[in-house]
Design a binder for this molecule. Sequence first.
Ligand SMILES: *Cc1c(COP(=O)(O)O)cnc(C)c1O
Length: 457
Amino acid sequence: MAETKIPYKIYLNESEMPDKWYNVRADMKNKPAPLLNPATHEPMKPEELGVVFCDELVAQELDNTNPYIEIPQEIRDFYKMYRPSPLVRAYCLEEKLQTPAKIYYKFEGNNTSGSHKLNSAIAQAYYAKKQGLKGVTTETGAGQWGTALSMACSYLGLDCKVYMVKCSYEQKPFRREVMRTYGASVIPSPSMTTQVGQKILAEHPDTTGSLGCAISEAVEVAVTNEGYRYVLGSVLNQVLLHQSIIGMETKIAMDKYGIKPDIIIGCAGGGSNLGGLISPFMGEKLRGEADYQFIAVEPASCPSFTRGTYAYDFCDTGMICPLAKMYTLGCDFIPSPNHAGGLRYHGMSPVLSQLYDDGLMEARSVIQTDVFEAAEAFARVEGILPAPESSHAIRVAIDEALKCKETGEEKTILFGLTGTGYFDMYAYEKFHNGEMGDYIPTDEELAKYRAALPKVD
Ligand SMILES: *Cc1c(COP(=O)(O)O)cnc(C)c1O
């Protein structure tokens, strides 16, 4: 049979779109470890989590058994505005690399917020609205999550308070203004609006902030204001669940054309896009139905998987959030300011951490000048100007495709292209001017943070 020519872009019809999220935890033999109460070290009870998160999202967070969870019609309707996202066959990149490998990428940057984060933002905002809440609070680093959440909240008529890491607030005015366009209040963190912010400012008046600190502030505001809950854009089990829409669509599109990836690659910050992309494929691997090679790619400047410890740690600097068992660098770890993109969280999704610890997934770290080189090469042939975060996956996809060129193997490579980089042009400028450095933390530095991990037995 003649091979059907694979189109440059594979789309799904509305009728082919997934109507359920897939919960990979249901098929994991070793479940991710439960969140613990930071004071008692006992597993968090639903009513304790309910103080911080919406009830329905608590149920999703704790659900280790149901493999499929129905996507409410209202969320599916919202998804239709910007989904399905295209699955692209990177013919031009293959040609440029002169590789026998077949390269595909799932492009999540086709919405105003510019990344996959909208997939979970709309779900979390929807459940908050359904619970009759007034609004939600959150933190944002580079600003993609805050932007996505602002869009979702304005669509549903919810108030949205975003604690934005101070250095990003100052360096990324455009994203800040996008959030305000969608009606969110954006507060630079640490701020004087919370007790934890005041404490951090008293101790470190010149701090430019961190994600862990912004989380502490957003959680404090949620638990001390009637009608508010906290929402988070990555790391949590519920976020991976919502992001499974990426993998579900990819799987349906690939099955339609009889394509089976050998290698699946994604960048990993808190793990949500990677977890979402690999979920249905990982499910097959866990059930013994198929095998795939999964690769998480992280920055060498924030190497949670490759140099972190699998241990219980705080999710935030203020140590008020539950403890999560994850690959972590320690909750006080802050990547060097010369690190340009996102992917700067100290920890990692507990689901992915367990899968990695069980040897079901690999991880690689890459230096940022290599990442920007890959980003530029990709932009020049595929047209899309990628986000620095996404470009970590591009780097390893290119490396794998070049290996195939050496060995002559015709592997099929799939990677997640999580977003566009229009708001990251200062980083591109540094790269073009040859001013971008590569920072790799020393073993001594990492040991210092490791020693401060909480003792949990
Ligand atoms: C937030 C973000 C990431 C990293 O977050 P994960 O939860 O690890 O997916 C990657 N790419 C883009 C474009 C992002 O906005």
